[in-house]
Structures are given as structure tokens and as C-alpha cells.
Design a protein around this ligand. Structure first.
Ligand code: PEP
Length: 249
């Protein structure tokens, strides 16, 4: 049985004191929350936020990791360092990593396998650009990113993978996919997972929706059969907007 999973990606926002303030508010206001929760602050706030969410029902996530364990990789952060900070989950393949920083599927797959090898959970983001949707390629793009992102991942490790469907045209734009459109792509991704790993894996994998999720649209999205939660950007930056999403319904 799948459970709802609501994650907040704080992107490159917040100083440590601002991050601490938000984390404290979330710990207090989500303590009676019924779902699975995660916050992913910037690397510089991981230790601060980690100390606050420790022992709560909120997991600590990182927004990226290096594709190698350690070594001469200026500017990168390794899985070993994330483990050391108590990080439990890594978000990989976010559209900003794919499109601004030109991360290809092969690199993302390397990171996915490394993060899983070190015991992390992974949120693998997939999603099409507006021109790809308009060209009728949304399913093909999501299939390709899912298949390539999961290449070489064993069935036993899939339980630690969540997929986030994030249509790039809906991220930070205020445009949300309709619940029906999102559900159709989620169903398609689930079918792709089924082809790769079988029916049980397809039925059990959590597929979050991301793209301008707000308190006003969360419940309608979450009501759809194949939408199992949300990866939230802008609305995750304030307790006033994240908490109602996290406690939708
Ligand atoms: C995101 O970046 O993962 C995201 C979904 O952002 P927003 O909620 O701001 O669209």
C-alpha cells in the first residue's frame, strides 16, 4: 500500500537562521501529520536543519550529490559527507540540474546508483519541457528519463526510490498540470516501472507530482489514483503554505 509523501525543496534559499526558523515551525506544525515528510535545504543549512528535524517525522534531504565518492571534484558534495550530516534522502535529476547545469541521464543514473549504494533514499525527478509536451512527447520523455535514471538499479533497491513527475513548464510558473493530465503521466510512469520491475513494484512505487503545488490545488491533485504526494518548491519556503499542503484534505 502506497503512502502519501510530501517533500519540500528549498532550492538556493535561506540562510541558516532562516532555515532553522522554518524547520522549527514545520516540526511543531507537522508533528500530528499523517504522511511521510521531507525537507531539502541547501547544503549549507543541512547540519542546522538536521539537528532540528532529528527525532521528528520529517526526513532530511539533500538537493544533489556528486557522482563520485570523494576526490578531486571542486565544488561538489559527496555521499560520504551527506551521510556524515545525517542526510537520509537525495533529490536527483531535478529539472534545474538537467536544464541549467546540463546534467545528462547517464550522470544522473550514476548518482542514483551511488546514493542507493550508500543507503540513501532517492527522489528521481523526471518531466518534459513545454515544447516536448506540445510536440506530443511528454510520455516518451518521461519514459526515457525513468528508464535511463533507473538503469542498473536492482529490484531490491527500488523500494528506496521515489519518482517525482515535474513538468518543467509548471515549475515555479504558477501553471499546474490539471490533475487529470498529471494522473495520466503518473499512470504511464507506473506502467514503465512495471515493464522494468514487474506489477508489484509498479503498484508500490511512490510517484510525487511537482509543479506549482499550492494549498489550493494539493487536495485535487492528491485525490488522483496515481498521484502519491508532492515535491514542492516555492510553497515549501513558508510554513503557512507548506503545512496545508502537507496536511491536505
Ligand atoms: C520544484 O522545483 O521541484 C517545484 C515543483 O517548484 P514549484 O513548486 O515552485 O513549482
Amino acid at each position: 500500500m502506497r503512502s502519501y509523501y510530501i517533500a519540500g525543496n528549498w532550492k538556493m534559499h535561506k540562510t541558516r537562521s532562516e532555515a532553522a526558523e522554518l524547520a522549527k515551525a514545520l516540526v511543531a506544525q507537522l508533528k500530528d501529520g499523517k504522511h511521510k515528510y521531507l525537507v531539502a535545504p541547501t547544503f549549507t543549512s543541512l547540519e542546522t536543519v538536521g539537528a532540528i528535524v532529528k527525532g521528528s517525522n520529517i526526513l532530511l534531504g539533500a538537493q544533489n550529490c556528486a557522482p563520485e565518492e570523494q576526490g578531486a571534484h571542486t565544488g561538489e558534495v559527496s555521499v560520504l559527507q551527506l551521510k556524515d550530516l545525517g542526510v537520509e534522502t537525495v533529490i536527483l535529476g531535478h529539472s534545474e540540474r538537467r536544464h541549467i547545469y546540463k546534467e545528462e541521464d547517464e550522470l544522473i543514473n550514476k548518482k542514483v546508483k551511488l546514493a542507493l549504494k550508500y543507503g540513501f533514499e532517492v527522489i528521481l525527478c523526471v518531466g518534459e519541457l513545454l515544447e516536448e509536451r506540445e510536440a506530443g512527447k511528454a510520455e516518451a520523455v518521461c519514459e526515457s528519463q525513468t528508464v535511463k535514471g533507473l538503469a542498473g538499479v536492482a529490484l531490491a533497491d527500488l523500494a528506496r526510490v521515489t519518482i517525482a513527475y515535474e513538468p518543467v513548464w509548471a515549475i515555479g510558473t504558477g501553471k499546474t498540470a490539471t490533475p487529470e493530465d498529471a494522473d495520466a503521466i503518473h499512470a504511464y510512469i507506473r506502467k514503465v516501472v512495471g515493464k522494468l520491475y514487474g506489477a508489484d513494484a509498479a503498484a508500490n512505487i511512490i510517484i510525487q507530482y511537482g509543479g506549482s503545488v499550492k494549498p489550493e490545488n494539493a487536495a485535487q491533485l492528491m485525490a488522483k489514483e496515481n498521484i502519491d504526494g508532492a515535491l514542492v518548491g516555492g510553497a515549501a519556503l513558508k510554513a503557512d503554505t507548506f503545512v496545508p499542503i502537507a496536511k491536505f484534505g
